[in-house]
Ligand binder design. Sequence first.
Ligand code: GDG
Length: 469
Amino acid sequence: MSTAEFVVVANRLPVDRDADGGWRPSPGGLVAALEPVMRKADGAWVGWAGKPDLELEPFDNDGMHLVPITLTADDVEQYYEGFSNDTIWPLYHDVIAAPRYRRAWWESYVSVNERFADAAASVAAQGATVWVQDYQLQLVPRLLRERRPDLTIGYFHHIPFPAYGLYAQLPWRRQVLEGLLGADVIGFQRVADAGNFARAVRRQLRYETKASGIRVPEADGGSRLALAKAFPISIDAELYVELAQREDIRARAAEIRAELGNPKKILLGVDRLDYTKGIRHRMKAFGELLEDGRLSVEDVTLVQVASPSRERVGPYMQLRDEIELTVGRINGDYDTMGHTAIRYLHQAFPREEMVALYLAADVMLVTALRDGMNLVAKEYVASRVDNRGVLVLSEFAGAADELGSALLINPHDIGGLKNTIERAVHMPGAEQGRRMRALRRRVREHDVEAWSQDFLAALDEASHAGGHR
Ligand code: GDG
């Protein structure tokens, strides 16, 4: 059924299957941003339903045509947990953890990418636009172009693209570059990521690059022009503003503060439990501030939400043990009967509760060692409708390129991080306001809708140029 004028291809479908076999929307910024485009263009979404061995026919859900991809338990282990999350993820995040290169995982990655490409090829109408998402599907653009040269193909890379010296480790470095270059537009979070990609293309494939353009030779001896450029992703900012103004959520924020024993200041971290997020560095700095007597548990509590993630992948199990040991030690040393140093929550919460936490937090700690963008930073800023609160933000998160009015830190510099946390805790209201207003302006002006419009406009332009020169 080749009927969709607009097709999104992503590892996950925008819905989750609930216990009784029904479908719940899994609300993410991407879904919200693409919904209007999907409706207008009679769109389809190709993706995995999140459970192994589920064989499902395509179905319509809430105005969207959904095309489920079946992954076997083996695929989940090799393509998803293996190659995607134990090879590409650590390699692309500057080898914070050691990438594991396994030939069987690569083979599974190739065959699953082929499955996604086949599904997209069969659902896309003649001349349709297809937008492929993220690092699990880097081979899809080229596989899709081979199957359907009539399509306009975009790809967006949500995570960093590493410097060539690291990228060169990948035993399949050529195949991955060639896979991505099947797209007309290849979008990255930061200018630096697009630059790293262009350099890898020059070094590995010897293709010519000029500004954002990459000349890709074709089988017939001609060539096409692919665009590799930064399109920093964002959030549905207005939604966070609305939630932050809701009476029940504001009441919940006050309740959270009371439940923590009304500390003078609440520090907050919200991350998937991932080694890229710098959770240990943050806890080390906070623990030392307590040890030094520069902060006290009577006055300051750190709330750390670490939502469960990739729990069957080795380095994630190790990280969880290390973090939980650290939390136990710090709390053991500094807690009193009435006050806790770190309130650690290895749980996922509804979005309303997250916004209540953002409202309760005087200081938001984003200390990623490497992060494509970091949407949590933008969500915190959007939620601060009172123009108060301090964002401490790692230079190594893509968001730092846009959010220069945050307190920027190098998470490896524990001394510097301690000074900045202390400064954030004591920052006068007027300075908080000045910084927060600038941050909020940026996030509200450049929301996820602006992001998708920018990307799709570039793709549209590329398709009119035909790519061929
Ligand atoms: C990748 C890149 C890039 C987290 N815990 C809960 C929860 N969350 C939500 C947050 C936020 C999202 O998950 C996390 O997004 P981030 O951007 O912070 O990080 P990654 O998951 O690593 O995302 C990243 C992103 O892709 C987009 O391109 O920015 O750099 O790594 O929205 O709020 N939401 C709820 N409960 C939780 O417990 N409801």
